[in-house]
Ligand binder design. Structure first.
Ligand SMILES: C[S@@+](CC[C@H](N)C(=O)[O-])C[C@H]1O[C@@H](n2cnc3c(N)ncnc32)[C@H](O)[C@@H]1O
Length: 341
């Protein structure tokens, strides 16, 4: 159930290395100095220029930001919509709602905010008195303010309780999930969601560890996934977090804990009915499974004629943006425009 309120950096920061072939010579960094994440506390909305270009918010338009976060994108959209426009925003995370409220208030333009899952978008829009929007944004995954807070338990780099709930007021934590998930389900999730190349070995390690003691801290989970050989120890001493073996496990758990794929599937099903004719949806994903769902839904919509145009390939951040904001490096943007009638 959504709660109504009147009146970060981005992420998914902890993602497997970007497999895109690089055409431009990479800058060389001293060992351990390579930027691995956006500076703590800094908020850089990912692919903002491209989001505004494809959505093209107009004065007086009605827009929906389904993943407000710190409202980096939302405030830019609302500024363009102006005093006659409206932004309806939502986020799982009560902390994000507080911060986004401040940022949106500073624009001086009208908005409504709902705390809850975007899978309940129909209800939020009905409560806001909106029966269609000119543009909708979903910037999936987690924000860097969530990752940077060790107590939220998203990061393998910072020790904290193994929680990972975007809405910390409800649902099972990652520690609870890890205590009960079957071996078969964990192998399947690591293979299908995390693209983990060796899901059996990773699962066996987790199961062996949880038989000795409950896995309740992020540091505990990250350490038990580290190889024990000398080569790893040397590499870790040089660059502590380079290609850490826990990356895929943490990402898989986060997606399971927050039911991210099921939520996205629901949003994609309802999307055409939320957009006004010619309204544009823009989706930023950070995970190949999410991007596949978006691609499939947009192409299906084009074939049935619900959408009149969709992006024919994922649009990636520029090399300069990836350098400035390493958290953007795995982003894939796709857009779809609703047909006239
Ligand atoms: C990548 S951040 C968005 C950042 C935002 N675009 C900005 O510029 O600040 C993703 C946000 O979406 C929220 N979120 C993820 N899944 C959600 C869902 N199913 N429903 C509502 N909010 C969700 C997270 O809590 C997080 O704050």
């Amino acid at each position: 159930m959504m709660k109504i309120m009147s009146v970060e950096p981005e992420l998914s920061p902890e993602v497997p290395p970007d497999p895109t072939p690089k055409r431009v010579r990479r800058k060389r960094y001293a060992p351990g100095k390579r930027p691995r994440s956006t500076p703590q506390g800094g908020h850089v909305p990912v692919m903002l220029r491209e989001v505004l270009e494809f959505m093209d918010p107009m004065e007086g338009g009605i827009y929906v930001d389904t993943t407000l976060g710190l409202a980096g994108h939302g405030s830019a959209i609302l500024t363009k919509a102006g005093p006659e426009g409206l932004l309806v925003g939502m986020d799982f995370d009560p902390n994000a709602i507080l911060k986004a409220t401040e940022t949106l208030t500073a624009t001086g333009n009208p908005f409504r905010i709902f705390q809850g899952n975007f899978a309940g978008i129909e209800l939020s829009l009905a409560q806001a008195g909106v029966d269609g929007c000119d543009g909708l944004l979903a910037d999936l995954g987690m924000s860097s303010y969530q990752v940077d807070d060790a107590e939220r338990g998203f990061s393998y780099r910072r020790d904290g309780p193994l929680d990972m709930r975007m809405d910390p007021t409800r649902g099972k934590t990652a520690a609870e999930l890890l205590a009960t998930i079957s071996e078969k389900d964990l192998v399947e999730a690591l293979a299908n969601i995390g693209d983990e190349p060796d899901p059996w070995t990773v699962t066996r390690r987790i199961i062996a560890a949880r038989e000795k003691e409950p896995i309740v801290r992020t540091g505990q989970l990250a350490t038990l996934l580290e190889p024990q050989d000398r080569e790893w120890k040397l590499r870790k001493a040089k660059d502590k977090f380079k290609s850490h073996p826990a990356i895929r496990v943490f990402q898989t758990l986060r997606i399971l804990v927050n039911r991210e794929l099921a939520n996205l599937e629901h949003l994609l099903r309802i999307l055409p009915w939320v957009l006004k004719p010619q309204g544009v949806a823009v989706i930023l994903s950070f995970h190949s499974g999410e991007d596949r769902l978006v691609k499939k839904a947009f192409r299906a919509g084009l074939e049935t004629g619900i959408f009149e145009a969709v992006s024919d390939r994922p649009i990636r951040p520029t090399f300069q943006e990836k350098l400035r904001n390493p958290r953007s490096r795995s982003t894939r943007l796709r857009w779809a425009r609703r047909a006239k009638s």
